[in-house]
Each structure stands twice: as structure tokens, then as C-alpha cells.
Design a protein around this ligand. Structure first.
Ligand SMILES: Nc1ncnc2c1ncn2[C@@H]1O[C@H](COP(=O)(O)OP(=O)(O)OP(=O)(O)O)[C@@H](O)[C@H]1O
Ligand SMILES: [Mg+2]
Length: 220
């Protein structure tokens, strides 16, 4: 069963009298252990599609299933809970808190819940992304590639089924980007998660198990 499945999804944005159809009857699915990369020209609907997959926005038409459960009509609170437990996010500019150590940044998504202690998993994840000797460093004491590794560890802290990455290599040089892609490939297999990324980076396309090309809101 697909971990995430979008069926016949349409997304329309209304601004004044103008309607933009950003997604036109899109079908999309991703499986565990698979890296799917979404590419396409600027304005083709990539971010809109990633926002639907990440349950950050709702479709105008169509259905979204997470692990076989139809979440299309979930309330905002229910979607927030699904996002928290099932989906990890990685961004181009890392989004780390500057005053926290690497370990604290990784633990951050679990801080609100005092019933779980994720400290050990945070340390374990940091070891696994090669930062076992950087646990107490703050972001400004880390390189760009190391910061992105902290962000990846943070995205995995709640054991999600899906990792969503928006241009994860966008701010990295080619060599550092390659090590991040190798890291993602390994974690995808170890954690048995689906990774869905948006990228302009041709190198990243080379690491994908499957490439989805969007043009003008349609999958080619
Ligand atoms: N909130 C919004 N309100 C109105 N129109 C929007 C909104 N968000 C996106 N759009 C429009 O929807 C279309 C798809 O936008 P989207 O951001 O998904 O493109 P993209 O492929 O991510 O582009 P880029 O590569 O530049 O990031 C564009 O025509 C855009 O102008
Ligand atoms: Mg975009």
C-alpha cells in the first residue's frame, strides 16, 4: 500500500477575479523505501504539490490517502496530528534554531510532549548522520552540510513514514550536496521511509528512484 496517494487532485487559487489552476487532475503516490523527485519549471505547481503531500494545504478537488486512510476531510487539528506523527520536513535553508545545540534542535519537535524522552534517539540519529562528535555544537559552529544533517535528523525524530524535502541541496556545493544525497539514500533504506523532494538540482534527480515532471500543473 502506498504511504501517500493523491487521486485526481485539483488545486485552484482565487485571486480577485482571476483563478489559477495550479494542479490539474494530478495522481501521485509514493512507497516506503522509495525516493521520488519532483521537477519542473518555475510556476509549474511543484510547491503546491509538495504542500498537498505534506498536508499543509487542502485540495480543491480529489482525495488524499495516508497509509490507506482518507484524510481529505480531516479538520485542521487532525491534519496537524498526522503531520506531526507521519511526516518529516527538510528545507533548503535548514530552519535550525541558532541558540540550541545540535541535539536540542533534533529533540525540538518532541519538546511539547513530556511523556516521551527522545534524547537517546536524537543522539543516535546524530551519530548515524556522522555528527556524533558535534552533539553540543550550535548551528553557527557547523558547516552547511552538517546543518542540513542536523535538520534531517530532526525530521526523523518522530519516526515518520514520509520525509519531504524542498530543495535540500539548494544551498550546498556539489560535493556536500552529494554526501547529503548519499545520506538520504541510506536513511530511506534503514528507516524504510518514502522521501519526496522538489529540486532543480540535476545531481539530485540522479539519486531518485522515480522522477515526476510537472508542467503547467500536469504530470508529464
Ligand atoms: N497562494 C497562492 N495564491 C494564488 N496563486 C498561487 C498561490 N500559490 C501558488 N500560486 C500559483 O500557482 C502556480 C504554481 O505555483 P507553485 O508555487 O506551486 O510553483 P513552483 O513549481 O513551486 O514554482 P517555483 O519553481 O518557482 O518554486 C503559479 O502560477 C503560482 O503563481
Ligand atoms: Mg516552488
Amino acid at each position: 500500500m502506498s504511504v501517500i496517494a493523491l487521486t485526481d487532485v485539483v488545486k485552484r487559487y482565487q485571486t480577485g477575479h482571476e483563478t489559477v489552476e495550479a494542479l490539474k487532475h494530478v495522481d501521485f503516490r509514493a512507497e516506503r523505501g522509495e525516493m521520488v523527485t519532483i521537477t519542473g519549471p518555475s510556476g509549474s505547481g511543484k510547491s503546491t504539490l509538495l504542500n498537498m503531500i505534506g498536508l499543509l494545504d487542502t485540495p480543491t478537488e480529489g482525495h488524499i490517502r495516508l497509509d490507506g486512510r482518507d484524510v481529505t476531510d480531516f479538520t485542521e487539528d487532525e491534519l496537524t496530528e498526522e503531520r506531526r506523527s507521519e511526516i518529516g520536513f527538510v528545507f533548503q535553508d535548514f530552519h535550525l534554531l541558532p541558540m540550541l545545540t545540535a541535539t536540542e534542535n533534533v529533540e525540538l519537535p518532541t519538546m511539547w510532549d513530556t511523556s516521551v524522552d527522545r534524547h537517546d534517539r536524537a543522539v543516535d540519529l546524530l551519530h548515524r548522520v556522522g555528527l556524533g562528535d558535534r552533539l553540543d555544537h550550535r548551528p553557527d559552529q557547523l558547516s552547511g552540510g552538517q546543518r542540513q544533517r542536523v535538520a534531517i535528523a530532526r525530521a526523523l525524530i518522530n519516526e515518520p513514514d514520509i520525509l519531504l524535502a524542498d530543495e535540500p541541496t539548494g544551498n550546498l556545493d556539489q560535493d556536500t550536496g552529494r554526501t547529503i544525497l548519499e545520506e538520504l539514500t541510506r536513511l530511506k533504506e534503514d528507516e524504510n521511509i518514502a522521501i519526496v523532494s522538489v529540486t532543480h538540482d540535476e545531481q539530485m534527480v540522479g539519486y531518485a528512484d522515480r522522477v515526476v515532471r510537472l508542467i503547467d500543473g500536469e504530470i508529464q
